[in-house]
Design a protein around this ligand. Structure first.
Ligand code: ATP
Length: 906
């Protein structure tokens, strides 16, 4: 047999299902305990390529540069420049080209940064795979897998390459991504007949599918495009950069403006000619204005702002999967959050146990405490302790967790924290899982089912079978027919069942997570495990609320975002934690709480007011989470939803913002989510929402700023034309302002850090346009104020200072230039705060202001630009007018806001 080391055309997936594990290992020349070494992996990567379905398309520097010239506006300018060079004033034509060059350079650098930043962000969220290489267990990016790699997989993982299984323990995979069939497929390692169809190859796991439970090891036989997914998938297209809804809207806005501006340009040119101006000048003015009014940089600035926001969120432990999620985050109106681990620490400790004969307060602590019984609590008598041991034994058997106990008592638990807590409590009573399993080997596990909220394990006990069950009291107590007491098993009456359920509810009211533990010994191993059980008792586990959550919930309330707990836990437990965290007020009315069992009825009858009242949904199954999201969405809410398990994936996908937990979450959940919290902390969601709002408002500020500057120029020229005054702005001056100076403050606005005001207003309606009526009013008013100021400055220069028309143009140009620079400070959220606000705190703004001042001074005092822009030294008196008048729009801004308010929202 040729090994992969020699053959160059190896296609690993061919017939490996029909060969034995040893044959496949030999063919791929790998020892499963050692794995490949790095050098060999690199060699194979060169031969077989990276393990990816889409070739990452890197935009080259040249293409980014060329894209700067692919706009109507630039082409228009090039034409104008060309005409000028050929027919009228060659120097002016060259100046137009210089302006285009400067603008293209700025555009190039901003876009280049945005593109590279996006690429780097793409690398942040890469999926990792656990492999054995060079004898060590390592995490490597899934893209780096090569045929022959030995991969370790377990429940919750995404399969990252096609693999022939070499070990499988209770391994099941959800292959619905490939087959559409949602029932998990059981996997094994034995060879299969050669003609087994792809989807029946049970000894292979396929790229893109999910391991739902169990664990195993596989050897990679196909990567990237040579996987089944690669062959059938439509994903095999080049990654197209997708526009986010916001970018699309901005694009549409820019498009609409183009038409409006072209019409306007024509009108102004016609008016100019009618007013007796030189035709060439009239056309040039029209072109310059058209260029002025077309905010063609809008989409790219949006991209920059979004990408920067993503970086900032990543630094705060919120990894965003898609750019579009950033803007959706800002509109989030409801956060549906799970409880355990997100609102609470997920550090469980058993603190209460009830058996038929005693209530035992356990000494809850994270390690094996020498004292089992809580201090001050009544010491149970010998027999009561034996019932406790029975309960802990059954709970220990019915488990997937493991525990290592060090001599000084410190413990290291692996697995579900609920189960680890039970193992710790058991270890304190000297009950160890490994010892128990020797006595009662496990035969079968009926894994925890989040729908029924219980699990069972079957063990050999001599000739009979021992069934150990644990789960939510509501689902375990009803299937018990007897109860264990000191005297032995006694029948369980209906009244006693109610009594036990009430007791469980009381534990829940103390905020404890509750579990009932039961068992039976049966000779019929094939019978229903969940019937005819003997109840041993109830356990209460404490899980303290996380620090910082209460604060974050208050911030949400201020920001008009509803926080709703959606949990699989008992109603009473949920209610207690919700009250403690201020999700509901103490003594809140019943309509704040809905139980899973009543959910269908509730959703059928409820309207938005009912829905808005609810703060806690308890005993909810993963499927019901989908219904809930659907219902909220139908009521026009933007829903963020947290989750961590494989079962949560559909809900995470369906939510507007699926939020997966980075530490606790499965790879499947992370894949489905739009955002991954690296620290599993609820407050991180709130910070991300704040960022989302900031980014959206920054983009708005940017648009409002640019448009009001542009409008002011259009108004200055139009009004002067209408009243027959000399032109206060020459075409090149307009270009200079728009393509050079305005750009800097606008870009700086795009990357601001935002203000606290943003989290005091209600979320923006999702379908609200980028610019509302009130924003348009502001744009017009600001534009009008600036234009009036510039025309007045020019009038003062002519009539008061006696400047001639040419000289006066310097005054109007400089007044406009500075007024526009100061105008950036009018973009603050809270108009009352002139000195201390998010704009003055933004260092980029100050840099932009400095650059603009320098540019204007250079234009006035350096010979070449001065001649080109036809400027002259305005002298002390001229400067006085310029500086004085340029501050007028800053002073008038509060009045503009008064006329066009937007409630609390900026
Ligand atoms: P949360 O919103 O708090 O994260 P969840 O929806 O993840 O909750 P589950 O972990 O499904 O809730 O737990 C729901 C109930 O199922 C628990 O209250 C408990 O009674 C029971 N339960 C949880 N874990 C186990 C387990 N490992 N074995 C048996 N029963 C369990």
């Amino acid at each position: 047999m040729t090994s992969v080391a020699e053959s160059s055309d190896y296609v690993g997936r061919d017939r490996s299902w029909s060969r034995s594990v040893d044959e496949v290992l030999a063919e791929l020349a790998v020892d499963p305990t050692v794995g490949l070494d790095t050098a060999e992996a690199d060699r194979r990567r060169v031969r077989f390529g990276r393990n990816q379905l889409r070739a990452a398309k890197r935009r080259s520097v040249a293409s980014i540069f060329l894209d700067q010239f692919k706009s109507v506006v630039i082409l228009l300018l090039v034409a104008a420049g060309g005409l000028a060079v050929l027919f009228a004033e060659p120097i002016e034509g060259l100046a137009i080209f210089a302006v285009i060059a400067i603008n293209a350079t700025i555009g190039f650098f901003t876009e280049w940064r945005a593109v590279r930043s996006m690429e780097a962000l793409g690398r942040l969220g890469r999926i990792e795979t656990v492999v054995i290489r060079e004898g060590l267990v390592k995490r490597v990016p899934a893209e780096g897998l090569v045929p022959g790699d030995i991969v370790i997989c377990e429940g919750g993982d995404i399969v990252t390459a096609d693999m022939r299984l070499i070990e499988a323990a209770k391994l099941q995979a959800d292959e619905s991504t490939l087959t559409g069939e949602s029932m998990p497929v059981t996997k094994m390692t034995e060879p299969l007949p050669t003609d087994t169809p792809v989807m029946d190859r049970q000894n292979i796991v396929f790229k893109g599918t999910a391991i739902t439970r169990g664990s195993g090891k596989g050897i990679v036989i196909g990567t990237g495009l040579s996987t089944e997914l690669g062959r059938i998938s439509e994903l095999v297209t080049e990654a197209e950069a997708q526009q986010t809804p916001l970018e699309k809207r901005l694009d549409a806005l820019a498009q609409r403006l183009v038409w409006a501006v072209l019409v306007l340009g024509l009108l102004i040119a016609a008016a100019g000619v009618l007013a007796g101006r030189d035709t060439y000048l009239a056309i040039e003015v029209a072109i310059a204005l058209a260029v002025a009014a077309i905010p063609e940089g809008l989409p790219i600035v949006a991209t920059i702002a979004l990408a920067r926001g993503m970086w900032r969120m990543a630094k705060q432990n919120a990894l965003i999967a898609r750019l579009s999620a950033v803007e959706t985050l800002g509109a989030t109106s409801v956060i549906l959050t799970d409880k355990t681990g997100t609102l609470t620490e997920n550090r469980m400790t058993v603190t209460a146990v009830r058996t038929a004969d005693a209530d035992i307060a356990m000494a809850g602590s994270g390690s094996v405490a020498p004292a089992v019984i809580a201090e001050g609590a009544q010491e149970p008598q010998g027999n009561a302790l034996s019932l406790l041991d029975e309960l802990l034994t059954a709970a220990t058997l019915c488990s997937n967790a493991s525990l290592s106990v060090e001599p000084e008592g410190a413990v290291q638990g692996v697995g579900d924290p609920t189960e680890v807590a039970l193992l710790i409590a058991a270890a304190a009573r000297n009950i160890r899982r490994d010892a128990l399993l020797e006595q009662y080997p496990e035969v079968l596990e009926l894994a925890f089912d989040p729908e029924t909220k219980r699990m069972a394990t079957l063990h050999a006990k001599g000739d009979a079978t021992l069934v150990a069950v644990k789960g939510a009291p509501e689902t375990v107590i009803p299937i018990c027919s007897s109860v264990l007491s000191i005297e032995g098993a006694a029948p369980l009456s209906e009244a006693e069942r109610r009594d036990w359920a009430e007791h469980a509810a009381r534990l829940g009211e103390r905020g404890l997570r509750t579990l009932a533990v039961a068992q039976k010994t049966t000779s019929n191993a094939a019978g229903d495990a969940y019937a005819d059980l003997m109840l041993i008792g109830i356990v209460g586990l404490e899980d303290p609320p996380r620090r910082g959550v209460k604060d974050a919930i208050r911030q949400c309330r201020d920001a008009g975002i509803s926080v709703v707990m959606v949990t699989g836990d008992h109603a009473a437990t949920a209610q207690n934690v919700a009250t403690e965290l201020d999700i509901v007020a103490a003594g809140a009315p019943a309509e704040r709480f809905v139980e899973g069992a009543d959910l269908a009825r509730f959703l059928a009858d409820a309207d938005l007011t009912d829905l808005e009242a609810v703060r806690v949904f308890s005993r909810v199954s993963p499927e019901q989470k989908l219904d809930l999201i659907d219902f909220y969405q139908q009521h026009e809410q933007v829903v963020a939803m947290t989750g961590d398990g494989v079962n949560d994936a559909p809900a995470l996908k369906k939510a507007d913002i699926g939020v997966a937990m980075g530490i606790r979450g499965t790879a499947v959940a992370k894949e489905a989510a739009a955002m991954v919290l690296e620290d599993d902390e609820f407050p991180t969601i709130v910070r991300a929402v704040a960022q989302g709002r900031t980014i959206y408002e920054n983009i708005r500020k940017f648009v409002v700023y640019l448009l009001s500057c542009n409008i002011s120029e259009v108004l200055v020229v139009s009004i002067a034309t209408i009243v027959g005054a000399p032109l206060p702005l020459l075409p090149l001056q307009i270009l200079f302002l728009n393509l050079v100076t305005d750009v800097f403050p606008a870009l700086a606005l795009g990357v601001g850090e935002g203000s606290p005001v943003l989290m005091k207003a209600a979320p923006r309606p999702f379908d609200e346009p980028v610019l509302t009526g009130s924003h348009w009013t502001r744009i017009l008013l600001h534009g009008f104020v600036i234009a009036a100021t510039v025309l007045s400055a020019m009038a003062i220069a002519v009539f008061q200072l006696g400047f001639d028309a040419d000289h006066a143009v310097t005054v109007s140009f400089c007044t406009l230039a500075f007024a526009q620079v100061w105008h950036v400070f009018n973009m603050r959220d809270d108009i009352r705060r002139l000195i201390k606000n998010e704009i003055t705190r933004n260092p980029w703004i100050w840099a932009a202001v400095a650059v603009c001042i320098l540019f204007v001074l250079a234009a006035v005092y350096l010979p070449l630009p001065r001649d080109l822009l036809k400027l002259s030294d305005p002298g002390a008196a001229g400067w006085l007018v310029i500086i004085g008048m340029s501050f007028v729009p800053l002073a008038v801004a509060p009045i503009v806001r008064l006329i066009a308010p937007r409630g609390l929202a900026p």
